[in-house]
Design a protein around this ligand. Structure first.
Ligand code: NAD
Length: 528
């Protein structure tokens, strides 16, 4: 498996991937043309905000399974085209939260105590102690707009400065705000009452120009305004006007409406405006965490596990990831068994999640079932991203239901697959990270770990059948490592299910011979 790193990322992330046996080529600064030329050789690609990963590049990327964005915004990646092509796109949300929160606090202090101006003055040979009288933070009200990851960390730190913290975030629960000692207010109240206003919302249609002329109008005299989120959330023109009016004590900006900004802008002429060049995430620690988050997901993906931070797949919390991992393997294997038994003829899939599983986001598992089913007909290039759109394209109906009650197991996946020539019911469960089992096939109770070479067969329950099968395999040099006979009912007779675990795959001839044996009705080989 080959990974191309097309931007600078932390060396620990590279070591992490190499340790897992991945071959990592580090080529920071690749431009799009070079990338397009070499991308066909790689299974995974890591970029930062450049180079652009366009549809043209994705078309050339025949082996590519995952694109990692070492950061948050994925504007430089054609995510919808990657999704169409079955490529997972992952990012690293949260990796730079604390660094950005710390910069925000630094900006508040710099603005309140005029640190950059004082520094400049001393370096220019002046000793102007009276000029740099600042403001204390203690007892002041800070208004945080957007109490997400960064806003929350800013709130925590502001409390340590003995500040009164209020926040505006219509999408956050009161409980979350209470946790950090924040009073939730509406925007109007925040803007009117805060001594320091800091924005931590994403840039959306709703938040663009969230702070404009009208809001500056309502603000207290001597307010400090901070933007370490995205340029344009605070309207720059309105800010300039407010600065000119003298209402604003100081502003501090890490981000701008265009980046790099127009350096001739009036914004840069005010002494009380502290500026930094979008460095919120620029710490060694943030780079290391971001790199590790991406490396983990690349390793997960290339080893066939779910990823944690996919942009085009549901995200999983670390706890759900642990819990769902064995079910994910199980779901795929159940799909494989069904497809093989129905010889690839299936039109409808009904999946039921029972027990604890019913409380979880199971969309990953349904994707895995489809992957297992479709692989039988379309080969191994199907993955968790491409499986649902391909199933839809092929007219396969998928029904998902959840039932919280189970009788005997903590959680069960039940699946019924219906096709032109028949149907199959399979159920499975898990007892922990590496222990997942199929517990029923149609009406037959079984209990096996679906890993290895299996032959599933229906036979008449009469003396001699099993012996004949053993003789056939022995004669062909195939060792039977395990056998399960899933008898339905207590009485002998009728049609029963046999599962053979063999050390080597049988040839088509051996399978055909098995189907011809007296008492054997059918035989399907499945590599699980
Ligand atoms: P987040 O998604 O964790 O939090 C955003 C919060 O904003 C959420 O709680 C959401 O409910 C809230 N929100 C959304 N729309 C809102 C609205 N109209 N009014 C009020 N609240 C609203 O994001 P985060 O990781 O905390 O990032 C916050 C901002 O910081 C983003 O703009 C991000 O791009 C930026 N950021 C900047 C740097 C930097 O280098 N300066 C680094 C990282 C993140």
């Amino acid at each position: 498996m080959r990974v191309l790193i097309a931007s600078n990322i932390d060396s620990h992330a590279i070591e992490r991937m190499e340790k897992e046996g991945l071959e990592v080529d580090v080529m920071p600064g690749l431009d799009e043309e070079e990338l397009e030329r070499i991308i066909e050789n790689y299974d995974a690609l890591v970029v930062r905000s450049s180079p652009k990963v366009t549809a043209r590049i994705i078309d050339k990327a025949k082996k590519l399974k995952i694109i990692g964005r070492a950061g948050v915004g994925v504007d430089n990646i054609d995510v919808s085209y990657a999704t169409q092509k079955g490529i997972v796109v992952v990012n690293a949300p949260g990796g730079n939260t604390v660094s950005t929160a710390e910069l925000t606090i630094g900006m508040i202090l710099a603005a309140a105590r005029k640190i950059p101006q004082a520094d400049k003055s001393v370096k220019e040979g002046r000793w102007e102690r009276k000029k740099f009288v600042g403001k204390e933070l203690r007892g002041k009200t800070i208004g945080i707009i957007g109490l997400g990851r960064i806003g929350y960390e800013v709130a925590k730190r502001a409390r340590a400065f003995e500040m009164n913290v209020i926040a505006y975030d219509p999408y956050i629960s009161e409980a979350r705000a209470r946790e950090v000692g924040v009073k939730v207010v509406d925007l109007d109240e925040l803007v009117r009452n805060a001594d320091i206003i800091t924005v931590h919302v994403p840039k959306t249609k709703e938040t663009e120009n969230l702070i404009g002329e009208e809001e500056f109008e309502k603000m207290k005299e001597g307010v400090i305004v901070i933007n370490c989120a995205r340029g344009g959330i605070i309207n720059e023109k309105a800010l300039i006007n407010a600065l000119k009016s003298g209402k604003i004590y100081a502003a501090a900006l890490d981000v701008y409406e265009t980046e790099p900004p127009d350096f001739d802008s009036e914004l840069f002429t005010f002494d009380n405006v502290v500026t930094t060049p979008h460095i919120g995430a620029s710490t060694k620690e943030a780079q290391e965490i971001v790199g590790m988050i991406i490396a983990e997901d690349i390793v997960n993906m290339l080893h066939g596990y779910p990823v944690k931070n996919a942009v085009n797949l549901p995200s999983l919390s670390p706890e759900d990831f642990e819990f769902l991992m064995p079910y994910l393997k199980l779901a795929e294997k159940m799909g494989k068994i069904a497809a093989a038994r129905l010889s690839g003829n299936f039109e409808r899939v009904k999946i039921t999640y029972r027990g604890k599983l019913a409380e979880k986001d199971t969309s990953y598992l349904s994707r895995a079932v489809l992957k297992g089913l479709l692989e039988y007909i379309l080969g191994p290039n199907i993955n968790l991203v491409s499986a649902p759109p391909i199933a839809k394209e092929r007219g396969i109906e998928v029904e998902e239901s959840k039932i919280e009650r189970t009788d005997s197991y903590e959680s069960i996946i039940e699946m019924e697959v219906l096709g032109r020539n028949g149907s199959i019911y399979i159920a499975g469960t898990s007892f922990g990270r590496d222990d997942y089992r199929v517990i029923r096939i149609d009406k037959y109770k079984v209990d096996f770990v679906p890993e290895g070479h299996y032959i599933i067969s229906l036979h008449e329950d009469k003396p001699g059948v099993i012996g004949r099968v053993g003789t056939l395999f022995g004669r062909n040099g195939i060792n039977i490592a395990g056998m399960i006979v899933g008898r339905h009912g207590n009485k002998p007779g009728g049609i029963q299910l046999m599962l053979l675990l063999v050390d080597d795959p049988p040839s088509d001839e051996v399978l055909e011979e098995m189907e011809k044996l007296d008492g054997i009705l059918d035989a399907t080989y499945i590599c699980l």
